[in-house]
Design a protein around this ligand. Structure first.
Ligand SMILES: C[S@@+](CC[C@H](N)C(=O)[O-])C[C@H]1O[C@@H](n2cnc3c(N)ncnc32)[C@H](O)[C@@H]1O
Length: 445
């Protein structure tokens, strides 16, 4: 889409601003790889005294599980820590912002969500404006991106033409999202229903909450995923001669029942292969000796590919990640600082960089979809005419808000901050191959 057409779309956006916030974001500094590999046997990250207190419920649960059935995979540990229904990290609290553990791009500045929305409108129109359509967001957090997208689509007078579908595992966060998006909402107690919460926005758009992407109805879908895939469990694999071995997590025997002392878990590498290390096939010419592999990501990408082939749709994945060159990125964040992932599970966010090369490999495997990117966030936002939007906002906002808006936008685009590390990646149906040559994807070219 040309600069002129994008500017035309901007003309439809309201000029008012919400306040831009400026805290630290996660995934900037990675732990030293040497320290991480040493952690396989002896954790090196210093812990603060308040983290060495009596074990929480999740620690007890994980200990009992490992003692009963043996060491667990890093993926299982991650799943329990993040999404255990009773005490998982995401399940019953707000973890974002100054009081939380990290801040994400949509929370930093409204320009982020607005440009994503302009991208949606631009790509949807190029496809002939198929209606009705659904906007699906995977892992919407506080619902800030969804709210900004909803606001812009409503300004484009599309309110009656789409529904919104939030794929959210956290009952707590789904309520936060409903408060942000909806005029009214109600919990659905029917176990046969594909959604567990539903609501209506002030302009009449219907919003549904689902536990899994599988539960979202089949229809033309615009799928957004911002910092979702980095929260999905990863298996950690390590090459041992010509085989892959899986890194597992065991209880820290040396620690015994001395809960006041040191951490309760440690990494181990079993002598034999696990089902995942046995079944995993690396790409020809793989040079890494250790890597992270997310079965959940593969599964979700397969669903997207199948749906796009049958019903059409486009996906925009926004996350930090690499293209198959990194191998050891599993880490934790607490209070905006790196944290030891095996310490006080459930009190810190766990994350791993997204492997975009693996996503492309799985998505394109059966020829159903085509992938584009990853491109750097700074480049995407600039190509989407972010600076023009910034100028417009600045000229219409109160003087006391200007610095926060400017520094928020800088944080999103500066290569030294979030501009280079965060990436945009898109998926389109393969039948559009020729069409996309004529109408290149906005923000990517
Ligand atoms: C890192 S937060 C990102 C939130 C938001 N997209 C943002 O960028 O501000 C991850 C989000 O994904 C949700 N989530 C994590 N694992 C999930 C899963 N397996 N299924 C559905 N949602 C999940 C969390 O509850 C949370 O809303």
């Amino acid at each position: 889409m040309s600069k002129r057409s994008l500017n035309c779309l901007f003309g439809c956006l309201a000029a008012n601003s919400r306040y831009c916030r400026n805290y630290s974001y996660k995934a900037v500094r990675r732990p030293d790889a040497a320290i991480l590999s040493r952690k396989l046997t002896a954790p090196q990250v210093e812990s603060k005294p308040d983290e060495l207190q009596a074990p929480n419920d999740l620690t007890k649960h994980l200990r009992a599980k490992i003692l009963a059935t043996g060491p667990i995979t890093v993926a299982e540990y991650m799943r329990e820590v993040l999404t255990n229904p009773l005490s998982g990290y995401y399940m019953n609290r707000d973890v974002f912002g100054r009081e939380g553990d990290f801040i994400t791009s949509p929370e930093i500045c409204q320009i982020f969500g607005e440009l994503v929305a302009v991208w949606i409108v631009s790509e949807w129109r190029k496809l002939g404006s198929p209606t009705p359509f659904q906007v699906v967001e995977l892992g919407p957090g506080r619902g800030t991106l969804a709210r900004d997208v909803l606001k812009v689509l409503t300004q484009f007078k599309l309110a009656g033409q789409f529904s919104m579908h939030m794929v959210e595992i956290s009952p707590y966060l789904s309520k936060v999202q409903a408060q942000r998006l909806c005029f009214s909402s109600e919990i659905v107690n029917d176990e046969n229903s594909s959604h567990y919460l539903t609501g209506k926005t002030a302009t009449g758009t219907k919003v549904f909450w689902h536990k899994r992407l599988e539960d979202v109805p089949n229809a033309f879908s615009i799928i957004l995923a911002h910092e979702f895939f980095d929260a999905l469990p990863v298996h950690k694999l390590q090459r041992d001669d010509k085989y892959w071995k899986e890194v597992l997590i065991d209880v820290n025997e040396n620690n015994g029942n001395d809960f006041d002392n040191k951490q309760q878990f440690r990494y181990v590498i079993p002598k034999s292969q696990t089902p995942v290390s046995h079944l995993f096939t690396s790409i020809t010419g793989e040079t890494r000796d250790c890597l992270e592999y997310s079965l959940d990501t593969d599964r979700i990408i397969n669903i997207i590919a199948n749906r796009f082939e049958s019903d059409g749709g486009i996906a925009l994945i926004m996350d930090y990640g690499h293209f198959g060159e990194k191998g050891d990125t599993f880490r934790a964040f607490k209070n905006h600082q790196l944290h030891e992932p095996l310490l006080a599970p459930g009190t810190a966010d766990l994350t791993a960089d997204v492997d975009f090369r693996q996503i492309k490999r799985v998505a394109e495997e059966n020829g159903k979809v085509l992938c584009f990117g990853p491109v750097e966030q700074g480049s995407f936002l600039q190509k989407m005419e972010g600076e023009a939007r910034l100028e417009k906002l600045l000229s219409n906002t109160l003087p006391e808000n200007r610095d926060a808006i400017k520094s928020g936008y800088k944080m999103l685009t500066d290569p030294e901050q979030m501009g280079r590390r965060f990436k945009f990646f898109s998926i389109f149906p393969a039948v559009l191959k020729e069409h996309l040559k004529k109408f290149p994807i906005s923000g990517f070219y």
